[in-house]
Design a protein around this ligand. Structure first.
Ligand SMILES: Cc1cc2nc3c(=O)[nH]c(=O)nc-3n(C[C@H](O)[C@H](O)[C@H](O)COP(=O)(O)OP(=O)(O)OC[C@H]3O[C@@H](n4cnc5c(N)ncnc54)[C@H](O)[C@@H]3O)c2cc1C
Length: 386
């Protein structure tokens, strides 16, 4: 540790309402996120470890940390729960990691608009529980919603469960405003409306410390989970497109190719074998889904209300599919892409051919609204071969 680092640690010790983490093992753990899904990032980021981790619990502490970092030219990296996949929360040049998890209150709820103002370190699972009291729920959830923070989702995530109805986080209408602290000689707390917030949305905390967010919410519904079983892969896309253009409420629509299904946890491998379409809809919607399945001559299983299931299907969608596949074989990684509308299969087949097909590629797609159309957001699993 240099003389300069002793100086700045002492400065941090003077800040009220600031937890300081100095244990080497904790600092190492809190300097990492899920970048190890990428074999390239694993090599590049493994040695990147902060000097110190701090956890503020009020605005003043956030501003004082920003001021000290400015004064001593200390690199500052923000962290929610560290579940990002691209090293977004990794301190590239040492310095301080500021974890926002103690900054987690629901500040306001407006019953007329359904807008919620919440501090950035609030875990999405906890926020959803609090919103339930107002008969509301978050529109969009990453599959890591049980542990990830709302600030980390806005600054480093993209979409997830709910995207089939509400698109991506960056689509107008999801983020209504935010408050952020600047990092300069005299840090200030600034308030931004929806338009002004755009440059901070998905900026990885590089242009400000988000303290609070103003977000749209949805009416809380009981979501029922359904698995549709399909032998022909082509049919899965056709069926899901039919469902998205039907007059039913949907929270989730995802396709898992059989190769992915085979690597999911035991509880999910329901019979019959084959590709699966995973749906979350209301109880009313399930009647229409039954009708559509009949037309396509495919079977389906109604699992029940998602929240009451011991193992819900939220655990096997979006990037949780990669998580399960990697728990069996660490050579699996993934590529994210938005497939060209109505040419989804062509591109999938092209990639299969290009990468040799066989066992080295598998397909998982989640459907998302893109303002005027429903597109397939794909997460192609690829086996890393040096
Ligand atoms: C198994 C798995 C599944 C996933 N599924 C999804 C998914 O469905 N959809 C999706 O979008 N993502 C997904 N992710 C990525 C990630 O979990 C989410 O984006 C999550 O919302 C990130 O939240 P976090 O609190 O962990 O953020 P972190 O990883 O801690 O941070 C993310 C980024 O935000 C910045 N940041 C954090 N807090 C602040 C703040 N207060 N102010 C400014 N910047 C800040 C950090 O510096 C970092 O750049 C998945 C990851 C894994 C491992």
């Amino acid at each position: 540790m240099t003389l300069n680092s002793f100086k700045f640690i002492n400065k941090f010790r003077e800040v009220r309402n600031l937890e300081i983490i100095e244990s080497k093992s904790d600092i190492k753990r809190l300097s990492k996120d899920f970048y190890n899904y990428s074999p390239i990032l694993t090599e590049k980021l493994d040695e990147c470890i902060a000097d110190l981790v701090v956890r503020p619990s009020d605005h003043k502490a956030v501003m004082e940390v920003a001021e000290i970092c400015w004064e001593f030219s200390i690199p500052l990296t923000l962290r929610g729960s560290g579940t990002g996949n691209y090293g977004q929360a990794v301190p590239l040049f040492k310095g301080v990691v500021m974890q926002m998890s103690n900054f987690n209150n629901l500040e306001e709820f407006d019953p007329d608009t359904g807008f919620v103002k919440v501090q950035s370190g609030c875990v999405m699972g906890d926020l959803n529980k609090q919103l339930e009291k107002f008969g509301r729920e978050l529109r969009l959830l990453p599959s890591t919603w049980k542990t990830a923070t709302i600030g980390g989702f806005i600054a480093g995530g993209s979409g997830g469960i709910g995207s089939i109805r509400w698109g991506f986080l960056r689509d107008p209408g999801n983020l209504i405003g935010l408050e952020a602290v600047t990092v300069n000689e005299k840090p200030a707390l600034l308030k931004f409306d929806a338009e002004e917030s755009e440059p901070l949305n998905h900026a990885y905390g590089t242009n400000g410390i988000i303290t609070s967010l103003l977000l749209s919410t949805d009416i809380k519904r009981k979501w029922y989970s359904i698995v549709i079983h399909c032998i022909e892969f082509e049919k899965t896309i056709e069926i899901l497109k039919t469902l998205t253009s039907s007059a039913i409420d949907l929270k989730l629509g995802a396709i898992l190719e059989e190769k992915i299904v085979d690597q999911m946890p035991k509880w999910f491998k329901t019979n019959p074998r084959g590709h699966k379409i995973l749906i979350q809809s209301t109880l009313g919607g399930t009647k229409t889904i039954e009708l559509i399945c009949k037309k396509f001559k495919v079977e389906f299983t109604l699992l029940g209300e998602e929240e009451k299931l011991v193992n819900g299907i939220s655990e096997v969608v979006w990037n949780h599919t990669t998580l399960h596949m990697r728990s069996r074989d660490k050579n699996w990684t993934y590529l994210q892409m938005l497939l060209p509308l109505n040419n989804e299969l062509d591109l999938i087949n092209f990639l299969r051919k290009k990468w040799g097909g066989g066992n080295s590629m598998a397909f998982r797609g989640s459907f998302s609204t893109r303002i005027t159309a429903i597109s397939c957001f794909a997460c192609i699993k690829v086996e890393w071969d040096r």
